[in-house]
Design a protein around this ligand. Structure first.
Ligand code: ASP
Length: 331
């Protein structure tokens, strides 16, 4: 192309194509997706009173609508995940934040993690006793420290130094959770319902970014110092824009041993299978085969939502642009 006029028009053409592509990458897309869970376990909906079912539904709806508002207004998936989880942490209904279960020793020790799929940044706190919203502490670790996970008094100190609300341990006392511990102390095998309620959220925003977060008080009657899957990146939470975002709930020791959230993303990536196939493989086969009761929520990069569990039930719900919030409690 020696002709200078032709060369000029060719350069203009290339520039036009380039700028159109750039604009496309920066434009928000019409779609978003948001899914939450409020714990899995071997319960059926009939084990829960009608009033309590109503309360769970209302709180989950409130969380979904708060997250959706952020996503609708072109907000980030990270903000949506944090907002949804904070609402559930502030409710005594869920085993996270305010409604956290008790350790064998009668204390409350909370775990949380959060991750973004664009650059796979992550933050987590484990065994915190004073931070009111552990999910916000996990986010602060990700954004304001050079670490990924802080534990115990260091994590509580970091949260308070960074302006997050901290509370006395009495804030986490709820009569219902205390009675659950007493039930366990009298009969170790007692009631599935007593240990329910870990919370999690996955969001896809209009920029095509995925984020996932999980928050929990752990398992009733756990030994003090025990850390479950929820704050461990790749176990309780995982997000990668190339595959999916995942949040787990269930028996943490098994979820850790299968590195379950990362395994779902890796299965999608290595085997080129869809989210449902990968979640089914990890939850219904791999976890089940070693005795791990668990469930998870996930969103893939296209906004497809899946909720898979090998327990009898899982509190779960989602919202998409084309639908009002959809909430399920049991089977
Ligand atoms: N996965 C949580 C833990 O093991 C408990 C739960 O999800 O119910 O700490």
């Amino acid at each position: 192309m020696r002709n200078p006029i032709k060369l000029f028009w060719f350069a203009i053409f290339v520039l036009l194509i380039f700028s159109t592509c750039q604009n496309k990458a920066e434009q928000p897309r019409p779609g978003y997706a948001l899914v939450i869970h409020g714990g899995s376990g071997n319960f059926s909906v009939d084990d829960i009173s009608i009033e309590k079912q109503k309360a769970y539904r209302e709180k989950m709806k409130e969380a979904l609508l708060a997250g959706e508002e952020i996503l609708k207004e072109n907000g980030s998936c990270l903000d949506a995940v944090e907002a949804c989880i904070r609402i559930m942490e502030d409710s005594p209904l869920f085993n996270a934040g305010k409604g956290s279960v008790f350790t064998h020793e009668g204390t409350n020790e909370m775990d949380a993690s959060i991750m973004v799929g664009s650059d796979r940044k992550a933050g987590a706190v484990a065994g915190v006793k004073h931070v009111k919203n552990p999910i916000s502490a996990a986010r602060a670790v990700m954004e304001k420290s050079k670490h990924v996970m802080l534990s115990g008094s260091g994590a509580d100190f970091f949260a308070s130094e960074n302006g997050l609300d901290t509370v006395g341990t009495e804030y986490f006392y709820t009569e219902e959770r205390w009675q659950s511990l007493q039930n366990f102390l009298q009969n170790e095998k007692k009631k599935e319902l007593d240990k329910l309620g870990t919370v999690g959220c996955v969001a896809l925003d209009k920029m095509g970014n995925l984020a996932a977060g999980t928050s929990t008080g752990g398992m009733t009657n756990k030994m003090f110092g025990r850390i479950g899957d929820s704050p461990i990146v790749g176990c309780g939470s995982y997000a990668d824009n190339n595959t999916c975002g995942i949040s787990f709930t269930g028996h943490g020791e098994y979820i850790i041993r299968t590195v379950a959230a990362h395994d779902i993303a890796a299965t999608m990536g290595y085997k080129n299978v869809d989210l449902k196939t990968a979640m089914t493989d990890v939850i219904m086969i791999k976890l089940k085969s070693i005795g791990g009761d668990a469930g998870a929520i996930g969103i893939d990069k296209n906004g497809d939502i899946e909720m898979v569990f090998n327990t009898k039930g899982m509190f779960r719900g989602y919202v998409k642009p084309e639908s009002a919030p959809v909430i399920f409690i049991g089977e």
